[in-house]
Structure formats: C-alpha cells, structure tokens
Design a protein around this ligand. Sequence first.
Ligand code: FES
Length: 161
Amino acid sequence: MAMTEVVVENVEQNVKEVLARYGNNPARMIEILQDLQDIYGYLPREVLREVSHQTEMPLTRVYHVATFFKAFTLKPRGKYTIQVCTGTACHVKGSYRVLERLEDVLGIKAGDTTDDLMFTLETVNCVGACALGPVVIVNHKYHAYMTPAKVESLIKEYREQ
Ligand code: FES
C-alpha cells in the first residue's frame, strides 16, 4: 500500500496567527499547541520547529510539552479513529479478540495509523456502555456487541463512505 503524502502547509503563517492569539507568550504553550493540532490534526515536526523558532523556546522544551500530554499526537491520524474499549466488562466479553481481528484486517497495531491515512486504531478504557460490550467507537459512533466476525464488514462500511 502506498504511503499517502501528508502535506503540511502555511506553517509560518499559522504559527504566527496562533501565537498572536496568546500574546506570543510561550507560557501558554499548551493552548498554542492545542490550536495548532486543531489545524493540522496532529503536531507535525515542521510546526514544532516553527513554534520553537518564533517563540525562541528551545525545540527540546516544545517537544517536552508536545509529548508530555496525552492529548497531543506527533503522528498523522486517520480519517476514522477506531477505539476499542478494553475496560473490564468489554474485556470479559472478548474485546481483545476484536482488537486482534482489527489489527489483522488493518495490518497495524493499536496506536498506529494505516498508510492510506484512513484508520487510526486505539484502545480506550471503559466508555460507560458496559451493557453493550464489547464496544467499538468509530469517530464517536458506538458499535455495540462487536465480535471478530463483524470486523471486516465494519471496516468495509467505513472504507466505502
Ligand atoms: S468496559 Fe467497555 S464500556 Fe465499560
């Protein structure tokens, strides 16, 4: 499968605008990075470098903030985020087998994104729908009573959207 090229555009301008929103104050780095992640969907290396350049904060410190908080991601994400609940109730009902099947069908491990940038696969803790488990959430849509056998048609459904 060919790797989709991720184009990161208008870095200088976007960083400038976001920094201006926060008075060019590096102490607001979390909000600054959050806004930049909203623009790009993740925090590309070029963006972090530009933030360091424009704020004069050492790149290692910018990276420290970007890697410290779980809300930030340094890798491009797929169009669809598939979250497999691995909370206790879902685990007991076989969520790990569903996860394994998803990993097989997508050819990636949990935490990764497919090369075509269609799917990011993640695990999450209890999402409060234990009676419906195993639960898989795709871009906020809940899929209840998931089984390994249902995985292929689930992926097909989203591929064809
Ligand atoms: S354990 Fe999965 S929803 Fe609660």
